[in-house]
Design a protein around this ligand. Structure first.
Ligand code: ADP
Length: 450
């Protein structure tokens, strides 16, 4: 029977009163009380010993020792609390087992680490895709097992919006896509997906485009070579042939430009890059492109200005950078009416290096801006015949910038003009060259033509 605390106290007081009464009866109240309390103390110590032994015995979850009164209550209450806890523990364990079983059926690897990258838990797929070993790898640092530097960089940077693709550390033929999610106190939940098939298809597409472009280049060079000669001797052909000949020569040239851009894009994508070892003297490169832009502008007499606030060079491949920068600058010439202004500016600030190409040309409707760097995307398809563009220019710019850890920003107002800005991180800047003064050169302006 379960009693409450005051019942126990009442019983104790009753016992003491009884002892006193018996003591008074026998004429020795002090001795009888002391003897009774002593016996009570011994019984308390004995029950305490039983409690201690029960709590520390391996059969703790078995029945508690039999006892009466306060001690019986205490044993019973402890036993019940312990049973409730055991049942909750069983339920939790069952839930954990179920979650583990279900994650083990996943084809994607799921890994949990703490904020420092110490491995805490992973599923079966992690063992198959990454070669983790149950037991021995527990508590290891994840980047000791996935040694690709890009992974460590990605893990530590905490910028997980974009996914990372790396080869598998245990099976080199596998291509894995990594996605990291933060939870708790900067702990990481890492999902790894096998994207080998997708990667192979992508590779096949690239190879196909690259092979077709290379194969088409030779016959096209022959055709356009003959066409050029025929255009040169056009007066020897009947007059009705002259227009078709000119059109054919123009279209052959466009196709050559298209093939050249496709080959360049394929190269940029397949990682034929020397962007970490070479340096490019950007001011000198921009001067050369500015001169080409002046030639392209020709009779349309654009005001092309070049300002280099910094003479620092950029760590990167000059061929790739030339393609990117000239695409932006030539676009400004193409999409700006005659006499328009084009400002090219190379500058460095706390965020890195920047190339801005600004024009006051036709501008671009904001709806098109997010898609401009897609291949063959044109804001105004009717206009590309006039400009003779390939539709690949901005896709090339995007890839070159990706290879150089940069990004492209596009600002534009229809009818007022556009600004294309290439942003490069400060780490890409190298030692300054001897000239350090800012320089302004105006091309096609009255001063420069003197
Ligand atoms: P294209 O060969 O057609 O110029 P790009 O990829 O270089 O191809 O450019 C994509 C589209 O972006 C162009 O067709 C044009 O509509 C738009 N565009 C690019 N640069 C400018 C600019 N400076 N002003 C206005 N529109 C531009």
């Amino acid at each position: 029977m379960h009693r409450n605390w005051s019942d126990h106290i009442k019983l104790l007081l009753l016992g003491i009163a009884l002892l006193l009464a018996v003591g008074l009866l026998v004429g020795q109240p002090g001795w009888v009380l002391a003897g009774g309390l002593g016996a009570y103390l011994i019984s308390v110590l004995w029950q305490l010993k039983r409690l201690y032994q029960w709590v520390h015995s391996p059969d703790f979850d078995d029945e508690p020792p039999r006892a009466f009164g306060l001690w019986g209550d205490l044993f019973e209450t402890l036993f019940r609390a312990q049973q409730v806890q055991l049942r909750a523990q069983d339920r939790m364990q069952a839930l954990i087992n179920r979650v583990q079983e279900s994650t083990n059926t996943l084809r994607d690897a799921v890994i949990m680490t703490d904020a420092n990258g110490v491995l805490e838990w992973w599923n079966l797929a992690a063992e198959q895709l990454l070669g983790f070993r149950r037991g021995s790898d527990q508590g290891q640092l994840i980047y000791n097992l996935i040694r690709t530097p890009a992974f460590k960089h990605y893990f530590e940077a905490k910028q997980y919006r974009d996914l990372l693709e790396i080869p598998s550390p245990s099976r080199a033929q596998l291509r894995l896509q990594i996605q990291i999610n933060l939870f708790g106190e900067d702990d990481r939940l890492i999902i790894v997906r096998d994207v080998t098939r997708l990667h192979q298809l992508e590779q096949m597409r690239r190879d196909f485009v690259s092979n077709v472009s290379h194969e088409m280049r030779t016959p096209l060079t022959v055709i356009s070579g003959y066409l050029e000669t025929m255009v040169e001797y056009a007066d020897q052909f009947p007059p009705r042939w002259q227009r078709p000949l000119n059109t054919m020569a123009q279209q052959a040239q466009r196709m050559e430009a298209l093939i050249a851009d496709l080959i360049l894009l394929a190269k940029l994508e397949t990682g034929e890059r020397e962007v970490h070892t070479r340096t490019t003297d950007v001011p000198a490169l921009l001067k050369a492109i500015r001169d080409d832009a002046t030639a392209l502008s020709g009779d349309r007499k654009h005001q092309i200005s070049l300002v280099c606030d910094s003479q620092q060079s950029l760590l990167g491949d000059d061929h790739q950078l030339r393609s990117a920068f000239s695409n932006l600058i030539f676009n400004a010439v193409k999409y700006t009416p005659a006499g328009g202004e084009i400002q090219i500016r190379w500058f460095v600030d706390s965020e890195g290096a920047h190339l801005s190409v600004r024009d006051n040309g036709i501008g671009i409707d904001p709806v098109h801006i997010p898609r401009l760097t897609e291949r063959f995307y044109r804001a105004d398809p009717s206009r590309h015949k006039e400009t003779g563009g390939t539709g690949l220019g901005l896709a090339i710019v995007k890839h070159v910038l990706l290879n150089h850890d940069g990004r492209l920003e596009i600002r534009s107002t229809p009818g007022a003009g556009s600004e294309f800005i290439c942003h490069f991180p400060s780490q890409r800047l190298t030692e300054e060259t001897e000239e350090t003064e800012a320089e302004t050169v105006l091309a096609n302006s009255p001063e420069s033509r003197q």
